[in-house]
Design a protein around this ligand. Structure first.
Ligand SMILES: *Cc1c(COP(=O)(O)O)cnc(C)c1O
Ligand SMILES: *[C@@H]1O[C@H](CO)[C@@H](O)[C@H](O)[C@H]1NC(C)=O
Length: 416
C-alpha cells in the first residue's frame, strides 16, 4: 500500500462509488459515543424538513394516481405529454424550440447518463470526463468498454475546464466530453463565455457535449445558470437532467435525456431507431410520476424556487464561514450553485492523518460526522462537503470537524 497509509477497506484501485464509500464510512461510526450522526456526504436534502418539495408537485402526483388513468405501461420513451412538457420547459431558456421527439424520459439523471454513454459506445471509443467529477460516468463507461480520459477543473479559475487539456486529450476516437454545470462536486457555475469556449473547442474537435444539468437553475452566485443547449447549433449537445435536485425529489426517479441539437445530427432515422430500441429495454419512471410532470413543470411557483435558492445560499455561506475556522481545510472557490463544495486538506498541519480517506474515516469514528473524501470524486487530499442540509446540522457537523482538527493538529501549529 502506498506510504503504508491505512486504507480502511477502500479499494482505490477500482472505481469508487460515492454510495459505496459513504456506506463504509457509516459502518465506521462508533455508536458508543452517543453522538447523533451528521452526514455532509450525500447530496439528498429531502431528509431535512427545511428542504421540502412544493405542494404543487405532491398534488400533481396524487391527482395522477387518483385519476386511475396511469396504472398501465407508458411508451418506453415516455408519455407524450411528459415529453412535450419537458421540451417546453427546457425551450424557455433556448434560442430555438425543442420538440417532444428530442426528449426521452429516464429513471433519474443517472439513467440518462447510462443512455448517453450506451449510445456513444463503439469499439475503441473514449470519452473526456472532468476531474473532480461524478463517478457514475466512469462506472457507466466501464460497463460499455469506453475508455475514460480526464481533464482537470482548475480551482484557481473557479473550477473552469482546462481547455488545453481537452485539446491534448482528444483524438479521432473521442466521442464526447462531459460538462457538469452547475457543478458537482465543486459548486461552480460557468459563465456564458466559458461555456461558449467549451462549445467552440468541442466543435473544432468534432466531439459532442454531454451537458449534465441536473442542478440546472440552482445558481446563487454572480453567474446565472446558462444551459449548454444554447450552443446546440454550434455543436450537438446531449442535455441530461431530472426533477431530483431542483424539486428535491430524488426518490421520484424522473429524469430526461434530450438531444439539444437544432441542426439534426441526432435526427437521422437510424440514430433515432437505435435510441428507441435502447429505451425498449430500460423501463423508465413510474407512469403516474410521468403523468404529473406537465403540471409540475408548468405550475411550480416562483417562490418555491426562490426559497430553495435562498436556503442553499445561506447554507453555503455558513459552510464557508465555519470552514475558515478550521485550519486544516480551505476553500479555494466559494460555491455559487449546486449543493456541494470542494475543500483542500492541508495535511502538514495534522499530526496523525495520512490522507483524505484516513481523515474521513477517523472523523466518522470519533465525531459521527460523514464527509466524502475527495478521492471518491477523483481528487486526493480534498474533501467534498454537502451543504444542502439543515443549518443546525451543518453548524454542528463543522463544529465537530473543528474539534477533530484541534485534537489531531500538530502541537507547534496549535500554539502559534
Ligand atoms: C445527483 C446527480 C445525478 C443523478 O441524478 P438523479 O436524478 O438522482 O439520478 C447526476 N449527475 C450529477 C452531477 C448529480 O449530482
Ligand atoms: C499548510 O499550512 C502551513 C502551516 O500553516 C502553511 O505554511 C502552508 O502554506 C499550508 N499549505 C497550503 C497548501 O495551504
Amino acid at each position: 500500500m502506498e506510504n503504508g497509509a491505512p486504507n480502511h477497506g477502500v479499494d482505490t484501485g477500482s472505481t469508487i462509488t460515492i454510495k459505496g464509500i459513504l456506506s463504509l464510512l457509516m459502518a465506521n461510526i462508533d455508536e458508543t459515543n452517543n453522538k447523533r450522526v451528521i452526514s455532509l456526504g450525500m447530496g439528498d436534502p429531502s431528509a431535512y424538513s427545511c428542504f421540502h418539495t412544493t405542494h404543487v408537485a405532491e398534488e400533481a402526483v396524487v391527482d395522477a394516481i387518483q385519476s386511475e388513468k396511469f396504472n398501465g405501461y407508458a411508451p418506453t420513451v415516455g408519455l407524450p405529454q411528459t415529453r412535450r412538457a419537458i421540451a417546453e420547459y427546457l425551450s424557455r431558456d433556448l434560442p430555438y424550440k425543442l420538440s417532444s421527439d428530442d426528449v426521452f424520459v429516464t429513471s433519474g439523471c443517472t439513467q440518462a447518463i447510462d443512455v448517453a454513454l450506451a449510445m456513444l459506445a463503439r469499439p475503441g471509443a473514449n470519452v473526456l470526463l472532468p476531474r473532480p467529477g461524478f463517478p457514475i460516468y466512469e462506472l457507466c463507461a466501464g460497463f460499455r468498454n469506453i475508455e475514460v480520459r480526464y481533464f482537470d477543473l482548475l480551482p484557481e479559475k473557479g473550477w473552469e475546464v482546462d481547455l488545453n487539456a481537452i485539446e491534448a486529450l482528444a483524438d479521432q476516437n473521442t466521442v464526447g466530453l462531459v460538462v457538469i454545470n452547475p457543478g458537482n462536486p465543486c459548486g461552480n457555475v460557468y459563465s456564458y463565455e466559458h461555456l461558449k469556449k467549451i462549445a467552440e473547442t468541442a466543435k473544432r474537435l468534432r466531439i459532442l457535449v454531454i451537458a449534465d444539468e441536473v442542478y440546472g437553475h440552482l445558481a446563487f452566485g454572480k453567474n446565472p445558470f446558462v444551459p449548454m443547449g444554447i450552443f446546440g447549433s454550434e455543436v450537438p449537445v446531449l442535455t441530461l437532467g431530472s426533477l431530483s435536485k431542483r424539486w428535491i425529489v430524488p426518490g421520484w426517479r424522473l429524469g430526461w435525456f434530450v438531444t439539444s441539437d437544432p441542426c439534426g445530427a441526432f435526427r437521422e432515422p437510424k440514430t433515432i431507431k437505435r435510441i428507441k430500441k435502447y429505451f425498449d429495454i430500460l423501463g423508465g419512471p413510474a407512469t403516474f410520476i410521468q403523468a404529473a410532470v406537465p403540471h409540475i413543470l408548468e405550475q411550480t411557483e416562483e417562490v418555491f424556487f426562490k426559497r430553495t435558492i435562498n436556503l442553499l445560499k445561506q447554507a453555503s455561506d455558513v459552510c464557508c464561514e465555519k470552514i475558515k475556522e478550521i485550519r486544516c481545510i480551505s476553500c479555494p472557490h466559494k460555491p455559487e450553485g449546486s449543493m456541494a463544495v470542494m475543500v483542500k486538506l492541508n495535511l502538514s498541519v495534522l499530526e496523525d492523518i495520512s490522507d483524505d480517506i484516513d481523515f474521513c474515516f477517523k472523523l466518522a469514528k470519533e465525531e459521527s460526522v460523514i464527509i466524502l473524501p475527495g478521492t471518491a470524486v477523483g481528487l486526493k487530499n480534498w474533501l467534498r462537503i454537502t451543504f444542502a442540509v439543515d443549518p443546525s446540522f451543518l453548524e454542528e457537523g463543522l463544529r465537530r470537524t473543528k474539534s477533530f482538527y484541534q485534537r489531531h493538529a500538530k502541537q507547534q501549529i496549535l500554539r502559534c
